[in-house]
Design a protein around this ligand. Sequence first.
Ligand code: NAD
Length: 275
Amino acid sequence: MAVTASNTDNMMPATSLIDQCAIVTGATSGIGLGIARALASVGADVVINGLGTAADIQRVVDLLNDSGSGRVVYSDANMTNVEQIEAMIELAVEEFGHLDILVNNAGIQHVAPVQDFPTDQWNAIIAVNLSGCFHTIRCATPHLLANRRGRIINIASTHALVASPFKSAYVAAKHGVAGLTKVVALELADKNITVNAIAPGYVETPLVAGQVADTARARGISADDVVNDVMLSAQPTGRFVQIDELASLVLFLCSDGARSITGAILPVDGGWCAQ
Ligand code: NAD
């Protein structure tokens, strides 16, 4: 695993998040790394988790520590393990004394026709992409309530709003994340805690690179045709969404200016859902 590029140079300036503690799941790569970097750059203390070798993880922690004035701590919680998720939330509160922001970003994908969809892949995708969000929210909410303020941001997908063939588990999990977001937003609406989901279209990350070959196989087309005719043709802008565009929205949702935005599923999809 490489420390992937997460160009945060173009991000909108945000309110300072100094003395705020954020958890970003799945922050060793791709979108999560970009979001963690953005939060660190405006002063937040950040707890990250995610898979990778010890050396890769150390590189990510060093990169994040160099990005801002806050402190960065790594949790080895696997999002399929309830006890480890509970320990990650407790680690954040022990290290920083409070928890202010939870970004549920960890996710996996598998592409196959439903009749061939491996059962273990179904179980893993539901566990990481949906149940993991439930457990982090379940464990973080008492701390956000004690804090009398908070932000929960779930990185869903366009596939929380519309479907594509061959992604039964992913689309089911992401639609579930949208429902979970709305329910928890209602429960916490009068507690100064907002709960939203961001629904990105295609973003060029290791997760997307990994699904090109499977999609080519499932559709019987070439890898280039997957990128141009399946992915980019879905987005009227004709380009991949950039990680800094998602990180900017996270910073805005964390700001006071976004305090009335809750229960929203916010597309960042180059116009995909407008069609
Ligand atoms: P990525 O593969 O680059 O990163 C995924 C992260 O999740 C990594 O840090 C990985 O280690 C972590 N992770 C995976 N399984 C885990 C587990 N069991 N326990 C703990 N951490 C685990 O992927 P990405 O493209 O950056 O995706 C991040 C999120 O954005 C996902 O939820 C994905 O569904 C969503 N998303 C991605 C795209 C896209 O086009 N890339 C589009 C819409 C939504």
